[in-house]
Ligand binder design. Structure first.
Ligand SMILES: Nc1ncnc2c1ncn2[C@@H]1O[C@H](COP(=O)(O)OP(=O)(O)OP(=O)(O)O)[C@@H](O)[C@H]1O
Ligand SMILES: [Mg+2]
Length: 161
């Protein structure tokens, strides 16, 4: 069974993530969307909120599971018997960091591959940070995140005004 893992902070999930998830899920038997707990960035949404938003966004995709992890991705991969790490690439700016991570993970485990998927051209400008920046300033986020999470995301930032 081919098990792939798509790690990220998903703070919150965007249509850019969703596009990668839909495409990656077709390449494997099971895709685990792995929500990073101990990120150096301080998330706006709690782990539980991020998982709930993902559950809503991914409810129509059959072979996707949502999990969270702490510590090394490589250890999580082994625990799940997963063979491939999925990463999305938007721009050259993503490349340098991702190359470093991929090489480091290769050094830790030769059997695990990192597979890079190019962004959908429609979402190449899109990040969780930019969605939050818009939501904070009451900008229009239609089409940038799944419809079913829109109210929850806008609500979060209203509270801070
Ligand atoms: N629009 C997008 N198109 C393709 N890949 C994406 C897109 N947005 C994020 N990704 C990829 O998804 C993975 C998880 O990213 P992450 O959770 O850091 O999201 P992000 O949008 O970059 O959030 P942040 O702004 O907080 O960094 C990474 O591999 C990242 O390159
Ligand atoms: Mg990022």
């Amino acid at each position: 069974m081919k098990i792939y893992v798509y790690p990220g902070s998903f703070d919150p999930v965007t249509n850019g993530h969703l596009d990668i998830i839909q495409r990656a899920s077709k390449l494997c038997d099971k895709l685990i969307v792995a929500v990073l707990v101990n990120s150096s960035k301080k998330p706006s949404f709690s782990l539980m909120e991020r998982v709930e938003l993902l559950e809503c966004a991914l409810k129509d995709i059959r072979n996707v599971e949502i999990e969270s992890f702490t510590g090394l991705l490589i250890d999580f991969m082994k625990e799940k018997r997963a063979s491939v790490i999925i990463k999305g690439l938007r721009a050259v700016s993503d490349f340098e960091y991702e190359l470093q991570m991929a090489l480091l993970n290769k050094k830790l485990d030769l059997d695990i591959e990192t597979l890079f998927m190019m962004t959908n051209i429609n979402y190449s400008f899109l990040s969780s940070s930019s969605v939050k920046e818009l939501a904070r300033n009451n900008g229009n986020i239609d089409g940038l995140i799944p419809d079913c999470i829109k109210d929850k995301v806008m609500e979060k930032f209203k509270l801070h005004h």
